[in-house]
Design a protein around this ligand. Structure first.
Ligand code: BV8
Ligand code: ZN
Length: 237
């Protein structure tokens, strides 16, 4: 691993623009379940029953309760050393994660491709949105239009937030190095940013405990846990 870390550090230190692209593996060491690992979320529940607009319309109470249980877990989670290193690096952090741990670590430029757990929005998209502070809400009607309120996350089959997508695409295309951390790179269009960055000349550094479809795009692949590896990419022990 040391040789790969040294190569990755040279790429990062000589780059003008470095961005990160992260998935659930970035937060695994903070105690938040991933999706496609053997003990992952999608191995315990079918995403078609909780993570699609049809599932929500079919049973809004069930989906709301499922997200409430994930919010309770996420609320106790703390940033790990990888979140802190990315925050301290002052780079653009593109993430698929909805847990807010990069901001909790002090990151100021985080692009959320799949939304956030810490807000609810109107399912009918009337524009009403509410921050979730402490109390985790139960199912309730939108006070503006009477539709249902639901987590402000991107469900399967839903479009990604336009502005976030544009910002992420520009950042990926402008990058000299993209550090791909803790993602299976199987969910589109988000995962397409890795190849887009590579096609526009970026070097790809992949940090993962296992091989993924992103492995074939990597200039440097480092097998290891994000909390161990990412601080070392920025010169921390
Ligand atoms: C879209 C909800 C356009 C939020 C998620 C059929 C019908 C409709 C759409 C599709 C279809 N077929 C394909 C699609 C497109 C679909 C898609 O890509 N599906 C895939 C699965 C084939 N995409 C969409 O639907 C997207 N929208 O396309 O809109 C459109 C619109 C209308 C009509 C047609 C098209 C929306 C995608 C967003 C879906 N939302 N979840 C939530 O509750 O969280 S998906 C879910 O996957 C999360 O968002 C997550 O962010 C995302 C990616 O997963 P990862 O983060 O990579 O996590 P994973 O567990 O997979 O991997 C973890 C990795 O970490 C592993 O590699 C592991 O080895 C590693 N790891 C573990 N521990 C560590 C570690 N690494 C380092 N250190 C560690 N300690
Ligand atoms: Zn509404």
């Amino acid at each position: 691993m040391d040789e790969a870390v040294a190569r990755a550090r040279r790429l990062i230190e000589t780059a003008d623009v470095v961005v990160s692209f992260s998935g659930a593996g970035l937060s695994a060491e903070s105690g938040i379940d991933t999706f496609r690992d053997p003990d992952g979320i999608w191995n315990t529940i079918d995403p078609a029953t909780v993570a699609t607009p049809e599932a929500f319309e079919r049973d809004p109470q069930f989906v709301t309760d499922w997200y409430a249980q994930r919010r309770r877990t996420m609320r106790t989670a703390r940033p790990n050393a990888a979140h802190r290193a990315l925050a301290d690096a002052g780079i653009v952090n593109i993430t698929q994660n909805i847990d807010g741990l990069l901001e909790a670590a002090g990151a100021t430029d985080v692009i959320h491709l799949h939304g956030t757990m810490w807000a609810d929005r109107c399912h009918a998209e009337c524009g009403h949105r509410e921050q979730i502070e402490s109390r985790i809400p139960s199912l309730r009607a939108c006070p503006h239009c009477g539709s249902w309120m639901r987590p402000d996350v991107v469900l399967f089959g839903e479009l990604l937030p336009e502005r976030a997508w544009q910002r992420a695409a520009l950042a990926a295309l402008a990058s000299d190095v993209m550090i791909v951390i803790g993602t299976s790179a199987e969910v589109y269009p988000a995962a397409g940013l890795i190849d887009a960055a590579r096609q526009s000349g970026a070097s790809i550094v992949v940090v993962n405990v296992a091989g993924t479809v992103a492995s074939r795009l990597a200039n440097v692949e480092i097998r290891g846990a994000a909390g161990d590896v990412v601080p070392r990419l920025f010169g921390n022990p």
